[in-house]
Design a protein around this ligand. Sequence first.
Ligand code: AMP
Ligand code: MG
Length: 418
Amino acid sequence: MAQLSDDCFAHGGRLMPLAEALSAIAERSVVLCDSELQPLADCLGRILAEPVVCAFDVPPHANSAVDGYAVFHADLSADRETRLPVTGRVAAGTSLGRAAKPGEAIRIFTGAPLPEGPDTVMMQEDCRLEGDTVVIAPGIKKGANSRRAGEDIKAGSQVLVPGQRLRAQDLGQAAAAGNTALKVYRPLRIALFSTGNELRQPGTALEPGSIYDSNRFTLLGLLKGLGCMVTDLGILPDRHAVIRDALEVAAKSHDVIVTSGGVSVGEEDHVKQAVEDLGKLHLWRLAIKPGRPIALGQVGVVPFVGLPGNPVAVMVTFLNVVRPLLLGLMGARDVTARRFKVRADFTHKKKVDRREWVRATLSPLPDGGWAASKFPRQGAGILSSMVESDGLVELGEDVTELAPGTMVDFLPFSEVMP
Ligand code: AMP
Ligand code: MG
């Protein structure tokens, strides 16, 4: 199995712009997973490891796009009705069994192979039947309502590219090309922990000073949404030795370790020391809000990602930094989420040289497009701001003050969370 190079997340320590972090991640990403052959029906959401090539034309034969009559265009009058005898019938899954001759009309149904000869299909709604004769209105174009062999896929062409995360239509395409199974990457095995003495498992009592652990469930959803296999390893106390031992065990059977909390620089932040004991750790101080400290390192050779503790910071750093990192390690080709332009209907002040994400809801504008309204409480601990919003307005490093009416980049949650 592949692994990252030693101390691959080393970096200078100053405040790092997001773009720099992403290009560093892209450079360091190697596919960690082996590939395996999976039955096609089990491939949804998996990442394709090998190209899919179609050996034959799709459709394999010219066929009719409608129910009607197959005719020779040359038989049709340009300005008057044409009367042709109906001399044969071909339904989907059958064939006429002979070539058709000029002067004939063949009754045909959608998907049925076009007999040799006719080049045009008259829709039955545009014809009149008088006994065994079909009466055809003038004006149809040559080739109308017929589908060429290979018009969807040409024999020998690549229909799916390695690195594609397989969607419903990709499974259909693989089936159209005759595949029963695909080579896909094995899912990334993730060990997931929360850290903090104040955290309690939902279902247990909350004593004074404690809160329920929400990050682990958010991260479980985010990781599963990416197609990872997640082991939920619960809550670690703020005790260096306990954290170190748990990480050491987790590294034995996982591809990546993900934690939240305990990575700022307070005296209760024990994750940093524990990872350093077992390998390498680098605090990337990102020039972003919310988020900022994210710890990247290795426990032995296993990549380690330490996310901030604040629930909004967890999601924002995951979506912007961890998602591209994990997708790269999983073998995905396209790791960049698309942003869409919307109109900001709010004011916002921010520091220069820092990328910022504002939680916002969208509402349709009367003339088309969307207006974004800012969720009123933007604190990094306000998880409700994520629950109540449709996505993130992304404000670049150069912005200091946003005036209402400005067009801004919007990252819809639907783009990054299936
Ligand atoms: P820390 O980074 O450990 O100092 O945590 C920062 C803030 O996030 C604190 O208010 C923590 O209580 C909170 N926090 C940390 N981990 C979690 C968690 N798993 N669920 C909910 N809140 C958390
Ligand atoms: Mg903590």
